[in-house]
Write a protein that binds this ligand. Structure first.
Ligand SMILES: [Zn+2]
Length: 206
């Protein structure tokens, strides 16, 4: 089994993502990130680099490169698979759509369990609290862009190690940024994908 910089098996998230989305003739080659989209980045990417209220709790999937080298933006048709087998524990509104929390049977330090959290999405039919899911199940599509503002549609993905005693119903993005109760990991260490980082943010975000 593939391993990255962690003792956890790498998720086939990207294999499922490519299977369940239509990339037309040129296919999917790699994710493209701008400064601000990556784990722990301090600034947002949809403004002119304004500071985020807290370091970025995950990654933003918005741009990808096709096999001909052209960069595309995801739209609200993009279908998002779940990273590992698990149980949906919580769904709440966020500022672009909804956030879905999935608890996995993967143990971390001090009795913590791995959770994957999918933000700015619209939950699909299978997406109900307490429902079990399998790795690769499509749990959501990306929420459409708001009419006002210039935040492009994107899926935010967080990986969080949460104590079993923490009740998920109370979780929100504020709580996830609290290092006393939540340990975050970089999702890119757990996903079977290639990616590149582009600095020319104005060229690719209209
Ligand atoms: Zn984000």
């Amino acid at each position: 089994m593939n391993m990255k910089k962690n003792p956890i098996p790498v998720s086939a998230f990207n294999t499922f993502f490519e299977q369940h989305n239509d990339f037309h003739a040129y296919g999917f080659s790699e994710w493209v990130f701008c400064p601000g989209m990556l784990f722990q980045d301090l600034n947002s990417w949809w403004t002119q680099g304004n500071a985020r209220p807290v370091p970025h709790e995950g990654i933003d999937l918005c741009l990808f490169r096709d096999r001909a080298g052209k960069i595309h933006r995801l739209d609200e048709k993009a279908r998002i698979p779940v990273m590992y087998d698990g149980v949906i524990t919580h769904i709440h509104d966020d500022f672009l759509g909804k956030s879905i929390y999935v608890r996995h049977s993967i143990d971390g330090k001090k009795g913590c369990k791995l959770h994957s959290i999918y933000g700015h999405v619209l939950p699909g039919n299978i997406c109900k609290v307490e429902h079990g899911v399998r790795e690769g199940d499509i749990i959501a599509t990306i929420a459409p862009a708001p009419e006002k503002g210039r935040i492009p549609p994107h899926a935010h993905i967080t990986l969080a190690w949460l104590p079993e005693t923490l009740s998920c119903e109370k979780l929100n993005w504020e709580e996830l940024g609290n290092p006393d109760s939540v340990t975050l990991s970089n999702p890119l260490d757990f996903i079977d994908c290639k990616y590149s980082i582009e600095d020319k943010i104005k060229m690719i975000i209209p």
